[in-house]
Design a protein around this ligand. Structure first.
Ligand code: FAD
Length: 381
């Protein structure tokens, strides 16, 4: 395995960087302040296919491998993690899950929405079911050639804007995880009621909303994968999602490090730049170590995912755990290096800290990652 990225890989990364530099960076502090979802800017990004890079060419994407996607999601996290999460939610979750488990007709249906700039959504979490996802309460029943969905989801990224969702529901709660199936649900059907959008601490350029399904009818052909295998679909998709969330986290760490170093070189205290005070240098060195180690974990892990390595579940959880704890610590450290200015909204590092925190919670909390790793170790040795 070569550690040098190819010109093509770097070119795709730069495409995203150029877009973010011009279209997001100048406005993001204001959007963050207002909790504004910049729909038109997302549409612009989607028009040039920034959300389709990892989708095979056959389905309208650029067909990039996962290693390249790690580079791209790191770049997204560097500029704005909420923006990155919106791209990731549209692509990875509904579309990747359908690519992995769907029929050609289903893939066509979902990719048509994404190619035309639609937003995707992954509706798993419910008010009474987060970490314990298989205890969900949204139900489905079959009526002739249709399934009928009833229930409420919460914290759905892009819930208020979704053109296409993957929704998880149970036939009968008594069946536990074996009762759960996944469905492809067009976002604007009768009976879909969008609830409140969350007023969040961070990731304020992304939308997070609750969605209720009241007798929502979908064709029977929209069941994704086999009946009763919904949790398997959720978990397989989460493995990839965890690496991509870890990449976003690495982007936050990189930005935090860069801002801290730039500041440490110009801020003079006790007669010299703070970068020349060894205790400050030590903070920066720890941040750089977190970044390098995090990148290595993701890169190895993405290769393992590509090769269907049996160790991938441990690697995905380990990457998510390390990189997401790492970015919270790094952005906190960046505030420390900037001192009082770091705490002020005049500088970008307090936003990094607010954006970073959710990465310890979504895609399986850090505690759940440890449980996953523990279970795998128990099987392995
Ligand atoms: C901004 C944002 C975006 C999100 N996007 C999506 C999305 O697009 N789609 C979606 O479906 N969901 C989404 N979520 C939901 C997210 O995945 C859940 O919040 C997360 O899985 C945790 O569930 P919970 O909030 O119900 O916490 P709980 O499950 O109630 O957990 C509470 C605490 O208990 C701990 N805990 C739980 N079980 C155990 C255990 N067995 N051992 C030890 N500790 C445990 C947890 O680690 C946590 O610290 C999003 C959430 C947010 C805030």
């Amino acid at each position: 395995m070569s550690y040098a990225y190819t010109e093509d890989q770097l070119g795709f990364r730069d495409l995203l960087a150029d877009f973010m530099r011009k279209e997001v960076e100048p406005y993001k502090a204001q959007w963050d302040e207002e909790g504004f979802f910049p729909k038109d800017t997302y549409k612009k990004a989607f028009e040039i296919g920034l959300h389709m890079m990892e989708i095979p060419e056959k389905w309208g994407g650029a067909g990039l491998d996962h290693e390249t996607m790690a580079l791209i999601y790191e770049e997204a996290g560097y500029w704005d993690a909420g923006f990155g999460m919106t791209m990731l939610t549209t692509t990875v979750q509904p579309l990747k899950a359908t690519l992995m488990f769907g029929t050609d007709e289903q893939i066509q249906m979902v990719s048509d929405v994404a190619v035309n700039g639609g937003f995707g959504c992954w509706a798993l979490t419910e008010p009474n079911s987060g970490s314990d996802a298989s205890s969900l309460e949204t139900t489905y029943r079959r009526e002739g050639d249709e399934f009928v969905l009833n229930g409420s989801k919460c914290f759905a990224t892009l819930g208020a804007y979704a053109d296409m969702m993957v929704v998880f529901a149970t036939k009968d709660r008594k069946l536990g995880k074996d009762g759960v199936s996944a469905f492809i649900v067009p976002g604007h059907l009768p009976g879909i009621i969008v609830g409140k959008s969350e007023n969040k601490m961070g990731m304020r350029l992304s939308n997070t909303a609750s969605v209720t399904f009241d007798e929502v009818r979908i064709p029977a052909a929209n069941m994704l994968g086999e009946e009763g295998k919904g949790m398997r679909i959720a978990l397989a998709t989460l493995n990839l999602g965890r690496f991509e969330i870890a990449s976003l986290a690495n982007g936050i760490t990189r930005r935090a490090l860069e801002e801290a170093v730039k500041y440490a070189k110009v801020r003079k205290v006790f007669g010299k730049p703070i970068i020349d005070h060894q205790m400050v240098t030590a903070i920066l060195a720890d941040m750089a170590t977190t970044l390098e180690a995090g990148r290595a974990l993701v890169r190895e892990g993405m290769a393992a995912f590509e090769e269907k390595d049996p160790n991938v579940r441990i690697m995905a959880s380990a990457a998510k755990l390390f990189c997401c704890d790492g970015c919270v610590k790094a952005s906190q450290d960046a505030i420390q290096v900037l001192g009082g200015y770091g705490y002020s909204k005049e500088y970008p590092v307090e936003k990094l800290y607010r954006d970073s925190k959710i990465l310890q919670i979504l895609e399986g909390t850090q505690q759940i990652q440890k449980i996953v790793i523990g279970r795998e170790l128990n099987k392995k040795y």
